[in-house]
Design a binder for this molecule. Structure first.
Ligand code: GLP
Length: 261
């Protein structure tokens, strides 16, 4: 696992946006897996800036979503579909047709889950999957004790995750759905390159468990240890509990191999 420690969230955003830009220069119709939450916003802002500045042509890029709430009315501004369209697809100037995500309002949810895994495979697989991390170590919405081989399916959120996400629903816990559809850990591991971004002290414990802890269903993000090309980008605060921080600084700080530099 490559662990790149950056000074702050903005630098992390810039670094990952450059990795996405490099991918798009190499493969203009790359399938970019995106994540929701506050953490990845600097990535999307930096990538949109590069597109506006003509540093990269993203017009053929395709975007896919990690997860979705179940039961929010269509078009709800906090549905992940609406969020990704607003934060990623529109700023990149992409058509809505370039975007794919699981349907959280489908009548037959298990069929929608299976259909999403199939659609990802038919699209040629995800080239680069950006991930955030929950304070309990979840990726996507794979809560602790998710099967490390899981595929896209329905999950029940933990109370901790609902409390964490209540800020997107006017702080009203009652409004946060209990159920979600999420790419499974096995689905996520199918992506060619996984890039996890974590910033802030609140993520330090989860990051340490992910990078240095045992592979464990209790920390779903530790499944990244099984991937042949996983990069973890952390700011100093999120890196503060890493025992090997100095080694990571020495090895990856100036010349992360994953950038192909
Ligand atoms: C949600 C999303 C995750 C995201 C996590 C952390 O649970 N399903 O994909 O990583 O929130 O969000 P934040 O980056 O806002 O801390």
């Amino acid at each position: 696992m490559e662990v790149v420690i950056v000074p702050d969230a903005k630098a992390g955003g810039e670094l990952i946006a450059e990795a996405m830009a490099a991918l798009l220069r190499r493969k203009p119709d790359a399938l970019l897996g995106v994540a929701t939450g506050s953490t990845p916003l600097p990535v999307y802002e930096a990538l949109a800036r590069k597109v506006r500045a003509g540093e990269v042509d993203a017009s053929r890029a395709r975007v896919c979503q990690l997860d979705e709430y179940v039961g929010l009315p269509a078009g709800h501004p906090e549905s992940y579909r609406a969020t990704v369209l607003r934060e990623v697809v529109e700023p990149l100037g992409l058509p809505e047709a370039s975007f794919m995500g699981p349907d959280g309002s489908a009548e037959d949810l298990p069929a929608a889950c299976e259909g999403y895994d199939r659609a990802l495979a038919e699209a040629g697989g995800v080239d680069l999957q950006l991930l955030g991390i929950g304070t309990d170590g979840h990726i996507g919405f794979n809560e602790p004790c998710s099967s490390l081989a899981s595929r896209t399916r329905i999950k029940t959120l933990t109370q901790q995750t609902r409390v964490d996400n209540a800020r997107f629903f006017d702080g009203d816990l009652e409004q946060v759905p209990h159920h979600v559809i999420t790419q499974g850990i096995g689905t996520i591991l199918d992506a060619r390159h996984l890039v996890l971004l974590a910033t802030g002290e609140g993520k330090a414990e989860a990051v340490a468990q992910t990078v240095e802890g045992p592979l464990s269903a209790l920390v779903p993000a530790s499944a990244l240890q099984l991937h042949r090309h996983a990069t973890v980008v952390v700011d100093e605060a999120a890196a503060s509990k890493l025992k090997l921080a100095d080694y990571f600084r020495h090895t990856y700080a100036n010349k992360p191999s994953w950038q192909g530099l």
